[in-house]
Design a binder for this molecule. Structure first.
Ligand SMILES: Cc1cc2nc3c(=O)[nH]c(=O)nc-3n(C[C@H](O)[C@H](O)[C@H](O)COP(=O)(O)OP(=O)(O)OC[C@H]3O[C@@H](n4cnc5c(N)ncnc54)[C@H](O)[C@@H]3O)c2cc1C
Length: 427
């Protein structure tokens, strides 16, 4: 029976470990933090005596690898998949506009949905439709050097279409602003969401906390097969001979009995291990990261009726309605995270009051801010090029993680897909 060491207990490491355990490999999972889940987890917050996520995670129907993994770990019932894609967008002074797709006549239904989206002028809508039609014939390698905004301008998108439509999608999918984001990866994402059938366009929201959705189920599966999970244990050094790893040294143990090692830690962490081990790091990309800020707000009376809202031309990108509380997501929040929590809430409350007259600061009974500084890597042209050149220097070290060359941005789907590829390399 092959023995595999998996380093990192985020979504990628957990997925790899479970998939390997299913194939009856002997897995040892090593995670530096006391908790599993990496950048997607839930925790108990004493201030509100309740469990919350480290930030709302949205998935989409095009997350096919994630969906099949969730079924494998018996979590398929713990997510809510929209019947049809439908998003309520809100403009200043509470005008609401639905971007809703009917479930028949794909792909014409998408074009109709855009044509009916009267948050923006007809001219802008027609331009957006034009670009969707062109997308079918768009070779993303031709736009590798372009930023999203350069590409949109070249495609004659109006300023309004860029600001009130494309920018929201870009923040939501790449957590990167349109002037930095890579046009080629953005176009790939658009193709995956919109050109792959109706199901791909649907939004998916977990019904439970992220840890209940992924971590607990993965733990169950691993323990059932007697695999080892070592948390609070950090990998520090690799020892190698010729082109093979021979030892993985942590702050607690030394592992030498393995056939393969799957590294599922972010590239900047792996670079540290390589440096400690005097291994050249050229084969690993140094990526830049983008923060996400989530604000959780409890209200004495929740006046919001929709499950979630997208805000047009606002500092707040998304609002999620959890009943007892709402959560606000601000992507690429470089400037906001530098402010104090009080300053941030001032900005967010006044923004909410402008967009929703139903919201009053006085309704707030409790609030929490979570700043994730390295939420995702920045999906720019530089990172896309660097990710194409990733190569493990050892024949028994396999790299996984959302940052590997998946062709996807920094997402759960990228993490799961990379784990599946890594497991295929072992088998
Ligand atoms: C606030 C927020 C919101 C997000 N929203 C979305 C969303 O809506 N949709 C979406 O698809 N994605 C979203 N993402 C991105 C998504 O969470 C990540 O892409 C995904 O979780 C990455 O998983 P991973 O396993 O590749 O890496 P990670 O989650 O980073 O896991 C790596 C693990 O390795 C461990 N580790 C590091 N160094 C060592 C070491 N030396 N030894 C042992 N262990 C080590 C870390 O502790 C960590 O647990 C969001 C992320 C954040 C933070």
């Amino acid at each position: 029976m092959k023995k595999i060491v998996v380093i990192g207990g985020g979504i990628s490491g957990l997925s790899a470990a479970v998939l390997l355990a299913e194939k009856n490999y002997e897995v040892t999972l090593i995670e530096s933090s006391p908790k599993l889940g990496g950048r997607a987890y839930s925790f108990y917050h004493p201030k509100i005596n309740s469990i919350i996520d480290n930030g709302q995670h949205l998935m989409m129907g095009c997350y096919t690898n994630t969906l099949s993994f969730l079924s494998k770990i018996d979590s398929a019932d713990l997510i809510e998949i929209q019947k049809n894609m439908s998003v309520c967008f809100v403009k200043k002074n509470e005008s609401e506009f639905n971007l809703a797709v009917s479930n028949i006549f794909y792909p014409i239904n998408l074009l109709f949905a855009i044509l009916k989206f009267n948050a923006i002028s007809l001219k802008s809508r027609l331009k957006i439709v034009d670009l969707f039609l062109e997308l079918c014939f768009c070779w993303t390698c031709d736009i590798k050097e372009y930023s999203v905004v350069q590409w949109l301008i070249e495609k004659k998108q109006t300023r309004e279409a860029i600001q009130s439509f494309w920018e929201i999608i870009c923040f939501g999918t790449l957590n990167t602003s349109i002037d930095r984001a890579s046009a080629s990866i953005f176009a790939e994402v658009l193709k995956k969401i919109f050109l792959d059938g109706n199901d791909s366009t649907k939004f998916i929201i977990p019904k439970v906390g992220l840890s209940e959705l992924y971590v607990e189920k993965c733990k169950e599966k691993l323990k059932k097969k007697n695999n080892i999970i070592n948390t609070s244990e950090k990998v520090l050094v690799f020892e190698y001979s010729n082109s093979s790893l021979i030892r993985v040294i942590t702050d607690k143990n030394t592992y030498s009995e393995f056939d393969h090692v799957i590294s599922s830690i972010p590239s900047h962490q792996l670079i540290k291990i390589f440096k400690n081990s005097k291994i050249p790091t050229k084969c690993l990309p140094e990526l830049k990261y983008s923060p996400i800020l989530n604000a959780f707000i409890w209200l004495s009376k929740n006046p919001f009726t929709k499950k979630f809202y997208g805000l047009i031309d606002s500092k707040i990108h998304w609002i999620f309605n959890h009943g007892e509380y709402i959560s606000l997501t601000i992507s690429a929040a470089e400037e906001l995270i530098l402010l104090t929590n009080d300053e941030i809430f001032e900005i967010l409350y006044s923004e909410l009051e402008i967009f929703f007259s139903i919201f009053k600061k006085e309704l707030v009974t409790n609030s929490i801010i979570i700043k994730e500084k390295r939420a995702t890597f920045i999906s720019d042209s530089e990172s896309t090029a660097k990710r194409e050149n990733i190569k493990s220097p050892f024949n028994n070290l396999i790299l996984s993680g959302d940052w590997t060359n998946t062709g996807l941005p920094s997402t759960i789907e990228g993490a799961v897909q990379s784990a599946m590829t890594a497991v295929d390399c072992v088998s």
